[in-house]
Design a protein around this ligand. Structure first.
Ligand code: SF4
Length: 402
């Protein structure tokens, strides 16, 4: 397991569009959270978990947080990426975050050299101060993914975000001053028309801060969110495919002019600044998830932890099991995932790996500029990414060769 995701479930309030697995808390039980996650790591590494990598070098982690049995396990490999996501990981006090990272670095690497691995913290702008930024850097974090979402204070209030637009700029400056040269900004597009959100203005504000990476997500309406309730009682308009497509294509054109390259359907980066962690997901690599609701994958089996914080905490305290459910992917499911994952990135789908003939509609896709053939790979353009489901469906409708 060279890629580890840690889910930190705590949030101050639920954002209007969010259906993630979170725990809204005024007071964050940070010490208990860190102890629990490190204990889960101990449980998982002792197995029998199915997560022991056959090529792993036995070395024994040197962390007092883990039991002797875990330290003797051959589970450990140096990390390539560690991603603290949520929820709101930046709500953890810096001391708690440092304890968590020390436990993880000690466990996964005999030489705790955080800069050898990409270590990302998802942060909300209101949590970034010169002090927290400096403490995060000292703790070994070298990439921050900042949930900006919009630079319009009206829109941010509608989203239930606690920050205002000015706070995004001051957060980026504080991160830079603390030594972070790898900062990503998240923005949400395709908002309801009645908000009259100026997408071009928001993109320009983001680009003006010169982030190394941008994640641009179209608003989706999830059940049991405040947004879904607003729409059902007519207080907000529903999603518009047309606005989604217009704003998506606009963003492609605008960010390209500033030197960013869309390397995945929702992600654009400057040269050398692709997310290594997310790229591991998209290339089908194995990963370990820790924390409530976290998913893990070993190339064949996917499992996910108990989602609710209290139930997860109790399960870990009792010594496990922490996994709520699992699925073992069939060959067909794995092929479908490979198709999706390869077509959603700019690496595209290697034709040599295709076990089916290309559909006759491929010529039409090429003529319309939805896909391109590059180096024996089928690669989506921005127009193709808007039609990803259609393309994958057409590809899988072909009978398998042999
Ligand atoms: S901060 Fe993030 S995880 Fe928390 S409610 Fe808002 S969108 Fe969801």
């Amino acid at each position: 397991m060279r890629h580890v995701y840690v889910h930190v479930p705590f949030c101050r309030r639920r954002c209007s569009y969010c259906d993630f697995s979170i725990a809204v808390r005024k007071r964050i039980p940070s010490e208990e959270y860190v102890d629990t996650v490190l204990k889960e790591l101990d449980i998982v590494s002792r197995g029998p978990s199915g997560w022991v990598h056959p090529g792993a070098t036995p070395r024994g982690p040197r962390t007092p947080a883990l039991s002797a049995a875990a330290q003797d396990s051959d589970f450990w490999e140096p990390l390539e990426s560690l991603y603290l996501g949520g929820g709101t990981p930046s709500l953890l006090p810096p001391d708690a975050l440092a304890t968590l990272l020390t436990g993880l670095f000690d466990a996964f690497s005999s030489t705790p050299a955080p800069d050898a691995a990409e270590v990302t913290l998802e942060a909300n702008p209101e949590d970034v101060t010169p002090e927290t930024a400096a403490a995060w850097r000292r703790a070994g974090i070298n990439r921050v993914s900042l949930g900006a979402q919009s630079f319009d204070d009206r829109v941010l209030a509608w989203m239930h975000r606690p920050h205002d637009a000015a706070r995004i700029g001051s957060a980026v400056r504080a991160l830079r001053d603390a030594g972070f040269d790898n900062v990503s900004l998240d923005l949400i597009f395709a908002l309801p028309s009645e908000l009259a959100r100026d997408w071009g203005h928001d993109l320009d504000q983001a680009l003006g801060l010169v982030p190394s990476h941008l994640s641009l997500y179209g608003l989706t309406v999830e059940e049991r969110t405040p947004l879904a309730r607003w729409i059902s009682r007519g207080a907000a308009s529903g999603p518009s495919d047309e606005r989604y497509a217009d704003e998506y294509l606009f963003a492609h054109e605008r960010v390209a002019r500033h030197g960013y390259h869309f390397y995945e359907v929702s992600n654009a980066a400057r040269e050398g600044r692709r997310s290594r962690h997310n790229s591991a997901y998209w290339s089908g690599r194995a990963y370990l998830g820790l924390g409530p609701a976290a998913h893990s994958y070993d190339g064949r089996r996917r499992c996910w932890n108990i989602a609710a914080w209290d139930a997860y905490r109790r399960a870990v305290a009792a010594g496990g099991p922490v996994v709520e459910s699992e699925e073992v992917l069939t060959e067909e499911q794995r092929e479908l995932e490979r198709l999706y994952l390869s077509l959603r990135t700019d690496a595209g789908l290697p034709l040599a790996e295709l076990s089916r003939p290309l559909p006759t509609s491929t010529d039409l896709w090429l003529q319309r500029g939805w896909v391109e053939l590059r180096d024996q790979r089928l690669v989506c353009t921005a127009e193709g990414w808007l039609r990803l489901d259609t393309l994958v469906n057409a590809l899988t409708e072909q009978p398998a060769i042999g």
